[in-house]
Design a protein around this ligand. Structure first.
Ligand SMILES: CC(C)(COP(=O)(O)OP(=O)(O)OC[C@H]1O[C@@H](n2cnc3c(N)ncnc32)[C@H](O)[C@@H]1OP(=O)(O)O)[C@@H](O)C(=O)NCCC(=O)NCCS
Length: 220
């Protein structure tokens, strides 16, 4: 969500059909449910709006990301938009839930940066109560694997405001390489912030041993 392509004013715009070639699965028809060690990534539902509103609009979560919707109804519209974009084949957004409960506590997003999804950008936001708990790492493993193995991404980019210590630390931790600095590239609260550009290449990403053991169980 740090530079979430969702924009309220585009909400009613009909998206053109996808021009991207079909890749290795029919994720465009519906996202798979992905189970890790402690989290499950699944398709968003309208009923996730209330928990996402409560968890992702706090000051500490939203400090370095594009302004999230400001109401539960706004999140419902955002969720409907994510489903339309997924059907158009240019974007995917997973709800982060815990193994033990179905409540959405965050999101992982993936959007294409070029037709065919060869290069894509990912982003994420998780409720602060779950920071430092391993939820991010677990979800990130699932998301990266989905991008490389299911969607066919070869270069996965992420941008994080340089001031966003946790965001940059999280990207470094999952093996992303910082390629450069995008100077004054992100407008936040009237100020242009520098962002770090982090990338992971398909052929250099090595899943953690514990993740490999879980072996990306596909629930359905
Ligand atoms: C980004 C986010 C999903 C990461 O989840 P998280 O649970 O906080 O991440 P983790 O704790 O697993 O990893 C963060 C790492 O950064 C480190 N870190 C924390 N503050 C840091 C700082 N100021 N500078 C550098 N590293 C820092 C942590 O120590 C941790 O590394 P460790 O586990 O090796 O100790 C979460 O913080 C979040 O939702 N932030 C708000 C939304 C956001 O900014 N999203 C965009 C990110 S580009």
């Amino acid at each position: 969500m740090e530079k979430m392509p969702y924009r309220i004013e585009l909400d009613s715009v009909t998206m053109p059909p996808a021009v991207a070639p079909v890749v290795s699965s029919n994720w465009q028809q519906g996202l798979p449910t992905l189970a890790g060690e402690q989290v499950v990534l699944r398709e968003l539902r309208a009923s996730d709006a209330a928990s996402l509103f409560a968890l992702l609009t706090t000051e500490e979560v939203s400090r370095f990301i594009s302004p999230p919707p400001t109401t539960v109804e706004g999140f419902e519209r955002f969720i409907a938009w994510t489903l339309r974009q997924r059907r158009a084949g240019s974007y995917a957004c997973f709800a982060v839930t815990l193994d033990s409960t179905d409540t959405a506590i965050g999101i992982f997003q993936l959007r294409e940066l070029e037709p065919g999804f060869g290069t894509a950008e990912w982003g994420f936001a998780i409720g602060s109560a779950y920071w430092g708990t391993g939820v991010f790492q677990d979800g990130a493993d699932l998301m990266i694997n989905f991008a490389f193995e299911t969607v066919g991404v070869h270069r996965l980019e992420a941008r994080a405001a340089v001031k966003n210590g946790r965001g940059n630390g999280a990207l470094q931790k999952v093996g992303a390489v910082q390629e450069g600095l995008l100077r004054k590239s992100f407008l936040k609260n009237g100020e242009y912030l520098d962002q770090a550009l982090w990338t992971i290449l398909n052929d250099e990403w090595k899943p953690r041993a514990s993740y490999a053991a879980v072996n990306k169980r596909l629930v359905h």
